[in-house]
Ligand binder design. Structure first.
Ligand code: ATP
Ligand code: MG
Length: 426
């Protein structure tokens, strides 16, 4: 087990004439254009990761979350040693691993695509990494030279079980494989080939292969995205439970905010090659550092309404006004006569009565899920302002209805219009 430290990490890839879409708008700052001397044409670098600093504690479950193309897999692949860093350092335990090849980093990776060997049984898929580790470890050599061990194993493989040659190390491997298979409830599948398994079973075999190696660090890249919703939820809790039992430092990549919120000890929210915020799940939810995080974490997303600051105690919109709690006054007092973005989560509206503090809205769409109801509404006097509202299923609301909504004043957020940063953070 080990901590993982990422220090001022940069990664750029060569951009080839528009065949790649840069996640970062090509500005002077993030594109370094270098003339290709031999051909006289221009090639450029796309900076995919910029100044990433991250410390993942020993035994911690860290989730990297963000939209497609933000650099999550690239960061994981750099830690795994599958890509070279452009700048900065990666440490696993106390050693800098920048120059250490992937297989010597003592990590195990699980991919979305499972990456099982199709011609090997489940047993052999799980045993594969263990055999390779043992083969390179002098201490684990059997009583015969390796070539003879392999020949004897190969020659007797097709014989009935009792007659097969099994070296001491193979016996040890079998014990490890069976232990892991039992843990993941795939013991009945050990003789099958990957093509004879369902998606969920393949995923558990891939996990088993990673666990069997007992690495210092697990790296997982969207391992659940091929599973259906029910299986995804089940496997999600299984991975969390396993990780807690094994205590192995884990870095888990997903674009799914529910996975991030339910699995991570901490979450790093990434966007355009940078970490936007690093915090515990509820801290992210309750105190998002900027508009991007506020919108990305939480479903349906937070609503944003531009308001004018009348005084430290009062913000207004053409249709309503809000008296601010004492908490907000010192922060809002920096914006006299200016605009702010008011952020309100869908669950922080409630159906109320006509009042200057409340919003009159018309319902465009009702999604009744049974346990809760989502409303898509627009302001009666500002039809371009659309909001999403979450409410209890007891209310019977129909499309076309008009309602008055109250805002839970102690739950609101405010963001700077220009920087989009939360105004109450540093
Ligand atoms: N080998 C490569 N060469 C050039 N550009 C690359 C390479 N690998 C990734 N990129 C670019 O780097 C950016 C980040 O890619 P990455 O795969 O890390 O995103 P991601 O956050 O994992 O996205 P997704 O959720 O879609 O998997 C993308 O714009 C991608 O096109
Ligand atoms: Mg990816």
């Amino acid at each position: 087990m080990a901590k993982v430290v990422v220090e001022s990490l940069y990664k750029s890839f060569p951009s080839r004439g528009g065949s790649l879409v840069s996640p970062i708008p090509p500005t002077q700052e993030n594109i370094t254009v270098t003339a290709s001397e031999s051909k006289g044409n221009k090639s450029s670098q796309v900076n995919v990761l910029r100044s990433i600093n991250l410390t993942i504690g020993d035994g911690e479950f860290m989730v990297l979350v963000g939209p497609s193309g933000c650099g999550k897999s690239t960061l994981l692949r750099l830690i795994a040693g599958l890509e070279d860093v452009t700048g900065g350092n990666i440490l696993i335990g106390d050693r800098v691993v920048n120059q250490i090849p992937s297989k010597a980093r003592d990590i195990a990776m699980v991919f979305q695509s499972y990456a099982l060997y199709p011609h090997l049984s489940v047993y052999d898929n799980i045993a594969f990494g263990l055999r390779r580790m043992n083969a390179s470890d002098e201490k684990n050599q059997g009583k015969f030279p390796q070539w003879l061990e392999n020949t004897l194993t190969g020659l007797t493989r097709k014989l009935p079980k009792g007659l097969r040659y099994r070296s001491e190390q193979e016996k040890k491997i079998e014990q490890q494989v069976r232990e892991v298979a039992a843990r993941l409830q795939i013991d009945a599948l050990l003789d099958r080939l990957p093509k004879e398994l369902s998606g969920g079973q393949k995923q558990r075999v891939a996990l088993g292969r990673a666990i069997a190696r007992n690495p210092q660090v697990f790296l997982m890249d969207e391992p659940l995205s091929n599973l259906d919703a029910k299986l995804r939820a089940e496997t999600r809790s299984q991975i969390v439970k396993l990780q807690r039992q094994l205590g192995i430092t884990t870095i888990y990549v997903t674009h799914d905010q529910t996975e991030a919120m339910t699995m991570g000890d901490r979450i790093a929210v990434m966007y355009q090659g940078e970490i936007q915020q690093l915090a515990r799940p509820l801290e992210l939810y309750n105190h998002p550092a900027n508009r991007f995080v506020a919108e990305f974490i939480g479903s349906p997303p937070m609503n944003f309404i531009k308001v004018e600051v009348e005084s430290a105690k009062l913000v207004t919109h053409a249709q309503f006004q809000l008296n601010l709690s004492e908490y907000w006054q010192p922060f809002v007092s920096f914006y006299p006569g200016r605009s702010l973005l008011l952020g309100v989560r869908p669950e922080h509206f409630s159906v109320s009565t006509a009042s200057p503090e409340n919003l009159e809205v018309e319902v465009d769409l009702v999604e009744a899920l049974g346990n809760e109801t989502y409303l898509f509404v627009h302001l009666v006097d500002d039809p371009d302002l659309h909001l999403q509202v979450r409410m209890s299923p007891d209310h019977t609301v129909q499309r076309g209805d008009t309602l008055w909504l109250a805002i839970a004043i102690d739950k609101v957020h405010f963001f700077d219009v220009k920087t989009e940063k939360a105004i109450n953070l540093d």
